[in-house]
Design a protein around this ligand. Structure first.
Ligand code: ADP
Length: 728
């Protein structure tokens, strides 16, 4: 089907597509048009990665806007919101206004009301619905990108409930749900009362297999030699082999740290295979990466890029990400090692994909668990650039013959799993039930049941095999919990049901009601809480994902717990209650990954303490400051100056500048020395502190103020900045 023949879509869009080299719709896109996606019909499009789902959504939204309506595009990750914004920039150029809703959970986003198209994460949409944003009940088209993520235990329920709410307030809304190929796309379509395009079509052939020993074993039974030289890792060998054919490689690993480590190693491989021109351009790119920020990540990334490799993960600054993505698309960067964020929608195809890690750490399981077939297939789907590569190739890596067999069975020959609602998980049910009552979506048990009947959970599981009503059972036990803890008022029977004032607060704070109950309990038993006590308190709530004690930690933490027993909120459980004690002890875990959550939870604790008039607000606020800046008490003042942060605070402190007031009066050469000669940074910092004359022109850095050895300082910073249990 020619793009110009699609009825209901403005002519400029067809022109735009043609300019971008898109003249014919891909077969699944044509099927979607035939199914009425441009006439306002709801549709689930379950097609492989990189098969043009975005275009289906664009056609639907533009047709809706042309009919005088508005559209909402729901993305699963914040990082993807800006990606889509860019993709839709041509809309703005042609009079279709686009807004991106990010930022605060609580903002009502009124300015979005006059946009034709809004892009937002499901969390943001959920909060807009909860806060009663007026434009939310005036939507004509809702796109749910990556709708298979309703299966995700953490974030799926929010998407599921949000879609149910949007459909409730907009009874005739068109829902366009984009999904990877899943085992049961029909269930999703039945849930959304939508048509279905379920296709395995891909624009370019994909060969999948497993590398083992000195060869690739393809899924079709064929083999090809791919030798690993001595001293080389298989991933390095694959990158080298791909480069020899003029292709690039995308390597998926399971953590940010591994992404950085892999890029460093692979840089050694690519370094020897660059020509002089590439080396110049890469040096230039490295310079631009360093200019983005004065951080270790920036430096590490630039150092890899100089040698032709890069890493990519959600911890990168936006300019870092786009520079890396662009250079990879241009094939200047030869290999990127990435966490799966990149598989989730960033369009960076490459000749080969290596799924190096097929297991990841799971707190729930307390160890490494295999990735789902769906996740691995999505990563594999990034292989092959239509029109440029003859085919795409995606490989897993095996260390033994048994593992080769296992990987072929588990991933290469396997079909993706069905999508299953996770709404009935207790934390999700508690949170969403309370929110539904608090935002007035339901004001009786019956009303709740009626609303929840619109969820995927109800479609899939409402009726148990023995005729029991699973939904009623879960709702009743959750309501009882909310009632006992004082979050809802009214009899959880057939009478009127509403959120208590505390319940409203908890819902507004986005807390799992169980976390709120634990925080309240802890605060009530500790009128003068310590920072350690507060930190431990928020860390043992279900909203803080759990980590397990590493061997050796137990003994150290037990000792510390006894030494500092009076500092904790509430009683220490007995050491002989094995499981409870272990849980209690492991609560603070690895602080680095928890800082943001802790900040948020301490903010919530502050609101709860204020609401209940507990009187410990100042103590909570101080503890929160320390967590926000990731610093010990002595650095709080400095780290609060804009542009300083924990590392620079440490450097300035070590150079004798200990407070904001010191900084305001500071000797410029000392400041410049402590900030490693970075003039612009030093000027900004002095300006923020209110220094009379921040200008650094002609100032020579004081050598004695310089951090002695940047590497050593960096490590010391990690230790000092990222507090651990002993620091409090
Ligand atoms: P998905 O969302 O399915 O992973 P995308 O929508 O990102 O895939 O599309 C992948 C790539 O295919 C994009 O670069 C897009 O411009 C291109 N594309 C989409 N539809 C067509 C088409 N009909 N013809 C040629 N290229 C297309």
């Amino acid at each position: 089907m020619d793009v110009a023949d699609v009825a209901g879509v403005p002519a400029w869009f067809a022109d735009h597509l043609r300019e971008a080299g898109i003249a014919e719709l891909y077969p699944p896109q044509a099927e979607a048009v035939e199914a009425g996606v441009t006439d306002g019909e709801s549709l689930v499009a379950a097609v492989p990665t990189a098969s043009g789902k975005t275009l289906v959504a664009q056609l639907a939204m533009l047709a809706a806007v042309r009919r005088g309506g508005t559209a909402l595009y729901i993305v699963p990750l914040r990082a993807l919101a800006s990606e889509k914004r860019e993709e839709f920039s041509v809309f703005d150029d042609n009079g279709v206004s686009v807004g991106v809703a990010t930022g605060d959970y609580e903002a009502s986003g009124e300015w979005l009301a006059d946009r034709d198209v809004v892009v937002a994460t499901s969390e943001k949409v959920d909060s807009l619905v909860r806060n009663g944003a007026p434009w939310i009940d005036d939507l004509d088209c809702v796109v749910a990108d990556e709708v298979h993520l309703v299966d995700d235990p953490e974030r799926g329920p929010t998407l599921e409930v949000t879609l149910a709410k949007l459909r409730r307030v907009n009874p005739n809304v068109q829902v366009v749900a984009l999904s990877a190929t899943v085992g049961n796309a029909g269930d999703v379509a039945a849930w959304l009362d939508a048509g279905l395009v379920d296709s395995t079509w891909r624009p370019i052939d994909l060969r999948t297999g497993v590398h083992y020993g000195q060869a690739v074993h393809y899924g079709d039974g064929s083999q090809a030699e791919l030798r690993v030289q001595s001293g080389e890792k298989p991933t390095g060998a694959i990158v080298r082999d791909t480069l020899a054919e003029g292709g690039s490689t995308l390597v998926f690993v399971n953590s940010r740290r591994n992404a950085e480590g892999a890029a460093k190693r692979l840089a050694e491989t690519t370094d020897g295979l660059l020509d002089a021109d590439e080396r110049d351009r890469l040096a230039d790119l490295a310079g631009r990466l360093r200019d983005v920020s004065d951080t270790e990540t920036s430096e590490d990334l630039a150092a890899c890029v100089e040698q032709g490799a890069a890493f990519h993960h959600a911890g990168l600054a936006t300019p870092h990400r786009s520079l890396v993505e662009d250079a990879f698309r241009e094939r200047l960067v030869k290999v990127v090692s990435a966490t799966p964020t990149l598989a989730a929608g960033v369009n960076t195809p490459s000749r080969r994909v290596v799924v190096r890690d097929w297991r990841r750490y799971s707190g729930d399981a307390g160890g490494m668990t295999p990735l789902s077939v769906l996740e691995v297939h999505q990563m594999m789907g990034r292989a092959g650039r239509p029109g440029r590569d003859p085919y795409g190739e995606a490989l897993l890596l095996a260390n033994s013959h048994d593992e080769l067999d296992e990987l072929l069975d588990r991933y290469v020959w396997a079909d993706p799993e069905p999508v299953e609602s996770k709404l009935a998980r207790e934390p999700s049910m508690r949170t969403h039930l309370l929110a539904t009552v608090a935002s007035g979506f339901a004001n009786s048990r019956e009303g709740l049941l009626e609303f929840l009947d619109r969820t995927l959970y109800a479609t899939q599981y409402r009726r148990g095999g023995d005729g029991t009503d699973n939904l009623e059972r879960v709702v009743d036990s959750t309501l009882e919990y909310l009632d006992v803890n004082g979050f809802v008022d009214g009899v959880p029977g057939d009478g009127r049901l509403e959120a208590s004032s505390l319940g409203h607060t908890v819902s507004r704070l986005y807390l799992d009601p169980m976390s709120a109950a634990e925080i309240i309990d802890g605060l009530e038993s500790a009128p003068e809480p310590t920072a350690l006590g507060l930190y431990h308190l928020v860390s043992r709530t279900p909203d803080m994902y759990e980590l397990y004690l590493r061997s050796g930690d137990r003994e150290e933490y037990t000792k510390l717990a006894y030494e500092r027993e009076p500092a904790f909120c509430g009683d220490l459980p007995s050491e002989f209650e094995e499981e409870r004690f272990e849980d209690w002890l492991s609560a603070p875990g690895d602080i680095r990954g928890k800082v943001d959550t802790a900040d948020w939870l301490l903010g919530a604790a502050e609101s709860l303490a204020a609401e209940l008039d507990l009187g410990n607000v100042p103590a909570i606020r101080a503890a929160r400051k320390r967590v926000q800046h990731g610093v010990g008490e002595e650095l709080i003042d400095l780290a609060g100056v804009r542009g300083v942060g924990r590392k620079r605070a440490r450097r300035l402190f070590d150079a004798g500048i200990e407070t904001r007031a010191d900084l305001r009066e500071a000797d410029k050469p000392v400041v410049l020395g402590a900030l490693r000669g970075r003039r612009k940074t030093a000027e900004n910092v002095l300006e923020a502190a209110g220094h009379q004359d921040p200008d650094m022109d002609g100032v020579t850095p004081d050598g004695t103020a310089e951090p002695a050895d940047p590497d050593r300082t960096a490590t010391a910073d990690e230790g000092q900045g990222q507090a651990n249990l002993g620091d409090f």
